[in-house]
Design a protein around this ligand. Structure first.
Ligand code: HEM
Length: 378
């Protein structure tokens, strides 16, 4: 009797739930559906091993979506997803619906707080007014000499490694991008005051945080905060997140201290961080916490994306020696064997290299998946 009552209540609840969402089902009906999905579970059937398979799953979904005209619907239990692969559709939706998907953002925001790109739109649009001027062409050009110097150091490092057998290039490039971002965004040269152990600690922690973030995103049982907080993943996440927070706090404290005696209005060689402080003083000011969130977001977003782009380009150049030869010829011609020439002087002449980089980014985009929340009909 008791069981019957529970079943009736559950059935009624389910019917009401479906009735409330009938418009969604109507709209979803004509969209082609993903093959190989389980009734009711949908994509969630993959969640037990989703982290291991995430890249191949995304690849498969993209291929299937290409075949169905660039649009495909998918269910993850009660959650409704639409995959898009047509650039024009993606551009339209990403301009119409700016709010990020809460599922993925939940894991990211636990770490970055409301840092720029990861923040809800209301916060992001206010912060953007401060951040975007810090990326003006004039400011970016002022970093060219630093990029040249750091790139020359990287070449020396790679020369040392060449001929020593196979080696993993990822940590070398990842260290290089972190050091470059730290110098341009924070003005920390040679990561002074921060030794190699701290740098590799930072990178290790970033990696661990990404791992926990993707595990949580693709593990339905870790979505509720209270369950996540009981898990070993949460303890692991907190340990690494605290490490990064400490490192960034130290960087910010040091930088703020250095800037105390400087009039930022007349100060040359400003970094992005200097600009954020300067622009903050005028309007839409950032609090210390917000500054830390922005810097953490910069360091995370810029280090990994740039390192992935460089590594993929190097791999492609290794795979296609004829293209590599052409890039080399252009560099020799443009630099005319003059090692003193700065990258700044020749940037616009490196046309072939520019095409190679763009093709590498097109084939292997470091940021290959964006999830947005559809809050209205598009
Ligand atoms: C190859 C390397 C990079 C790739 C592929 C890349 C990709 C992206 C993408 C896809 C977005 C849009 C994100 C979104 O709206 O969800 C973005 C935004 C952003 N990126 Fe990058 N990025 C790269 C390097 C960098 C670097 C080196 C920096 C700075 C130090 C940087 C700073 C930013 C900032 C500040 C935004 C937010 C802009 C806004 O609020 O509109 N990125 N990036």
């Amino acid at each position: 009797m008791y069981l019957l009552l529970v079943s009736v209540v559950l059935l009624l609840w389910y019917l009401l739930f479906r009735n409330k969402r009938r418009r969604l089902y109507q709209l979803a009906e004509p969209i082609p559906g993903a093959k190989d999905t389980f009734p009711y579970l949908g994509l969630l059937k993959n969640s037990y091993n989703a982290v291991d398979n995430v890249v191949s799953d995304i690849e498969n979904i993209s291929r299937e979506t290409f075949k169905t005209g660039g649009i495909q619907k998918m269910w993850g239990g009660p959650l409704f997803f639409i995959a898009l692969t047509n650039p024009a559709d993606i551009e339209y939706v990403s301009k119409t619906c700016l709010e990020k998907d809460l599922l993925i953002m939940k894991s990211v925001r636990a770490f970055t707080g409301d840092g720029g790109i990861f923040a809800p739109v209301s916060i992001w649009s206010r912060k953007r007014k401060v951040i975007i001027p810090a990326f003006s062409p004039k400011i970016l050009n002022s970093f060219m000499d630093m990029f040249s110097r750091r790139s020359a150091d990287l070449v020396d490092k790679l020369k040392e490694l060449s001929g020593t057998g196979t080696f993993d290039i990822w940590p070398v490039i990842n260290n290089f991008t972190l050091a470059s971002i730290a110098e341009t965004s924070l003005g920390i040269k040679n990561l002074d005051g921060i030794n190699d152990v701290v740098v590799s600690d930072f990178l290790k922690s970033v990696e661990e945080i990404f791992k926990v973030g993707s595990t949580r995103t693709f593990s339905i049982w870790l979505w509720p905060d209270w369950i996540f907080k009981l898990s070993w993943q949460y303890r692991h996440f907190t340990k690494h997140s605290n490490k990064i927070i400490n490192i960034t706090n130290n960087i910010i404290r040091k930088k703020r201290n250095d800037l105390k005696h400087v009039d930022l209005n007349v100060y040359e060689n400003q970094t992005i961080f200097d600009h954020l402080i300067l622009l903050s003083q005028r309007q839409n000011g950032f609090t210390d916490k917000e500054l830390r969130e922005e810097i953490t977001t910069f360091l995370l977003a810029a280090t990994d994306t740039s390192a992935v782009a460089i590594c993929n380009t190097l791999l492609l150049l290794g795979k296609y020696p004829k293209i590599q030869e052409k890039v080399h010829e252009e560099l020799v011609r443009v630099f005319e064997n003059d090692k003193e020439k700065s990258f700044k002087d020749v940037l616009n002449d490196l046309k072939y290299l520019d095409m190679v980089l763009k093709e590498s980014l097109r084939l292997y985009p470091p940021h290959h998946l964006a999830t947005l929340f559809l809050f209205k009909l598009v």
